[in-house]
Write a new protein. Structure first.
Length: 529
């Protein structure tokens, strides 16, 4: 039966002051912090007893972290020394021992803003490692010693972040029942330090350097900590960042952008990009990609019944330009000058890298006339316009409408409204229509690969008119023929966690029918989150 070992750190005051590299707020506390706290606890007892235990721990795969929701506070101000004691020392060496001027340490202070992360919905952080089905006696001994060592941990983060430690072995069911948001390692998201083989030795070397920093030859700075690695963590409810290849659309002589109308030609651009991908695959002898990944066909060759392949395929997303116009530099949605190829399925990184290599320099051909109309040119993933569609944000608004995965009025409630009804009946019918549309939008979110938690908690708005300037009426956009019977709406979504706090998700985000061709495409809307 699967079992897990966990170390729990319970904060006595629900606040955490730790920072990542570069001074950025860190949440959850990194596994490296937990490891350093254990090393410090070992030195307060008998370090020699725990060397093999800590070496075993630094060789394990990074743990799953379960933590309360962390919210960055507005902060408070502290008066702190400004590291100017060399000035005080020089005054004392001159025989100035007065309590004023340079000789007084209290005059060398500065104000510092401190912004701790406050814990909501709990005070405990759990670090969870999976054990083998039948752990050996040696491993059981390591786990027991680590559990005992956890009781000697006193702080995590700053010295004021006082904690109580605990360790135990739990079953798979008990591990799943542990409270808190579940952060998974190596899945895209926030980078956290984790120990690696050699970290314990490096920590001891740095500690010895700190103890012996003052010697006969003066001050010697302790060596920096260097034996560790950064591992990306994300919440289990968050989608992993999607790989993508971005291209600009140029004129055939590459003299400038080739623009396409976002309302009437977006679907055409997606179709031409799909055709160019097929041509590139033939040119590179990658026919194995054509049916499944490029065309999205799951049926056997020769079959007349189309069978979709699910998310494991290319999605072709034409990107309307986001322009700053007017005196207030308002964001306005313009014409299409760039495209992105991505996939809504996992494990497609190698296919996206192939697209980056193979499609740059390919020409787009009008499928009706056979005329060449544009040239693809690879652009960086952090290009200014592309960044609007792939950055992390809590609020997103559509630049092309979402096609609902079903009819929004199957019981013909609008007919009853058109005939005229009493005020209360009218209110009730409108509420039923809203509930139907709301349910279909959340269904579209799930179909696009987002978790049930994200779909259920999202704050949704919808209407026929766009939420951003420059966006046309929803019904004016081209959609695939088989989707024309379904209603379409412009949508604004604000992602929320269980406590109603904003949750930032990375793009690209595209939901609803036709999402593999850029219908239902969202742009980050930070001004409204």
């Amino acid at each position: 039966m699967p079992s897990h070992f966990y170390l729990t750190i319970r904060f006595l005051n629900p606040a955490f002051h730790g920072r990542k590299d570069g001074g950025e707020p860190e949440w959850p506390p990194s596994p490296m912090r937990m490891f350093q706290a254990l090393v410090a606890a070992a030195h307060r007892t008998d370090a020699t007893l725990f060397v093999s235990v800590l070496e075993w721990l630094e060789n394990l795969y990074p743990p799953i972290i379960l933590a309360p929701v962390g919210v960055l506070s507005n902060g408070y101000r502290l008066s702190v020394p400004n590291n100017a004691m060399d000035i005080v020392a020089r005054a004392w060496s001159r025989g100035n021992y007065s309590n004023s001027g340079d000789a007084n340490p209290a005059t060398h202070r500065t104000m510092k803003t401190v912004r701790p992360t406050y814990l909501l919905g709990g005070d405990a952080v759990h670090y969870l490692w999976s054990l083998t089905d039948l752990p050996t006696d040696e491993i059981c001994s390591y786990v027991e010693n680590l559990a005992n060592l956890a009781h000697h941990v006193v702080a995590l983060g700053w010295g004021i972040d006082m904690v109580v430690g605990h360790g135990a072995v739990v079953s798979d069911e008990e591990a799943k029942a542990l409270p808190g948001e579940r952060w998974l390692p190596g899945a895209g998201g926030s980078g956290l330090r984790v120990p690696v083989p050699g970290t314990l030795e490096d920590l001891c070397r740095r500690y010895d350097g700190f103890i012996n920093r003052l010697g006969p030859d003066g001050f010697t700075a302790p060596p920096p900590l260097s034996v560790y690695r950064n591992v990306v963590y994300r919440r289990s409810t968050d989608p992993a960042p999607r790989p993508f290849a971005a291209f600009s659309l140029l004129k055939l002589d590459a003299s400038g952008f080739r623009a396409f109308d976002a309302t009437r030609q977006a679907l055409t651009v997606a179709g031409m990009l799909r055709g160019a991908s097929k041509k590139a695959a033939k040119k590179c002898s990658r026919e194995d990609l054509i049916d499944h990944f490029i065309l999205g066909h799951g049926e056997e060759k020769g079959s007349l019944n189309h069978k979709p392949v699910g998310p494991q395929r290319f999605a072709y997303l034409p990107l309307p330009t986001i322009e700053a116009r007017g005196e207030g530099k308002a964001r306005v949605v313009g014409s299409i000058r760039r495209v992105v190829i991505t996939s809504f399925g996992n494990g497609c990184e190698d296919k996206i890298k192939w697209a980056q290599r193979a499609l740059s320099g390919m020409e787009l051909m009008d499928e009706k006339t056979g005329e060449l109309v544009a040239l693809l040119s690879l652009i960086p993933s952090n290009e200014k316009i592309v960044r609007h569609y792939v950055q992390s944000a809590a609020a997103w608004s559509t630049v092309t409408p979402v096609v609902l995965p079903g009819f929004d009025d199957p019981k013909h409630l609008r007919r009853r409204l058109d005939k005229g009804v009493e005020t209360e009946e009218q209110k009730r019918l409108l509420e039923r229509l809203d509930e139907r549309i709301d349910g279909l939008l959340r269904k579209a979110i799930r179909q696009a690969g987002f978790s049930d938690d994200l779909a259920n908690r999202a704050a949704l708005e919808w209407r026929k008119v766009g939420f951003l300037p420059g966006v046309d009426l929803a019904d004016r956009y081209g959609v695939p023929d088989h989707l024309k019977k379904f209603p379409r709406y412009h949508v604004r979504v604000q992602w929320r966690d269980a406590h109603g706090n904003p949750v930032e998700l990375p793009g690209p985000i595209c939901i609803g029918g036709g999402r593999f061709y850029g219908v239902g495409l969202f742009v980050a809307d930070r001004e409204n989150q």
